[in-house]
Write a protein that binds this ligand. Structure first.
Ligand SMILES: C[S@@+](CC[C@H](N)C(=O)[O-])C[C@H]1O[C@@H](n2cnc3c(N)ncnc32)[C@H](O)[C@@H]1O
Length: 225
């Protein structure tokens, strides 16, 4: 078993943001969206959400997809990194129904007017960045209205360094060095499903479940009751 090694929370380095923005995450991002759409279809009579919040939205990979998928919803992406949001806003500029982007450290969002307003809360590739993972669960509780649908998808930490090496060789064989370094650091900073189950229990989020997905992800989904 490898020990968790946290990485910096914000991704605000210009080269790192440029490499992230140029990388092709389409397959994974489309998959995250399909999980969100299934959750919406299967809950609350399939009614579209009124307000969607994408936490740690980065350059908007998921936020923009959500705006397209829910043209009548208010979609809000929140991130603390100015460089990420600069890219997100540029990408959204030509959309008919652009999302709203908000620069805010997640630690301060509990004091915002988003509290108790969201009926869909999502994140993609965020949890492993948080030094205090309980922040994500406290925020999920505080931003949600009763019955809010929730889907958080992230990497999970491999059991050994050799498994981490295998994942990198398999999934990023010839990527730019900065992305390989990010991927390895993210895997080492990620949580195991059992750890997330304990976090949810501590937060009293009894309507959320964690599932391992293929060889490197975990998905937390369900309802806030
Ligand atoms: C790996 S990126 C994921 C971006 C996007 N969700 C995606 O799927 O491509 C993680 C993002 O979370 C943001 N982030 C991490 N910790 C944060 C915090 N405490 N407050 C605000 N943003 C944070 C980072 O700045 C970064 O943009």
């Amino acid at each position: 078993m490898i020990q968790r090694v946290p990485e910096p929370e914000l991704m605000d380095d210009v080269d790192q943001v440029a490499a992230y923005g140029a990388a092709d995450f389409n397959a994974g991002d489309d998959h995250t969206l399909s999980l969100i759409l299934s959750l919406v279809r299967d809950t609350a009579s399939g009614a579209p959400p009124r307000r969607v919040i994408d936490l740690g939205c980065g350059p908007g990979n998921i936020t923009l997809r959500l705006s397209d998928a829910f043209p009548e919803s208010e979609v809000i992406g929140v991130d603390g990194a100015a460089a990420m949001l600069h890219l997100a806003r540029a990408r959204a500029a030509t959309m008919d129904h652009p999302p709203r982007f908000m620069q805010c450290p997640l630690q301060q969002l509990v004091e915002s007017d988003l509290v108790n307003t969201a009926d869909l809360i999502v994140s993609n590739s965020l949890l492993h960045h948080l030094h205090q993972p309980d922040l994500l669960w406290a925020l999920t509780s505080s931003l949600a209205v009763h019955g809010c649908r929730v889907l958080h998808r992230d990497l999970r930490r491999p059991f050994s360094v050799s498994e981490l090496d295998r994942l990198q060789r398999t999934y990023l064989p010839g990527a730019p060095a900065v992305l390989i370094q990010d991927f390895r650091a993210s895997l080492a900073a990620a949580f195991e499903p059992d750890e997330v189950t304990a976090q949810l229990k501590r937060a009293g989020l009894n309507g959320l479940r964690v599932e391992a997905e293929d060889d490197r992800y975990l998905v937390v989904s369900g309802l806030v009751d």
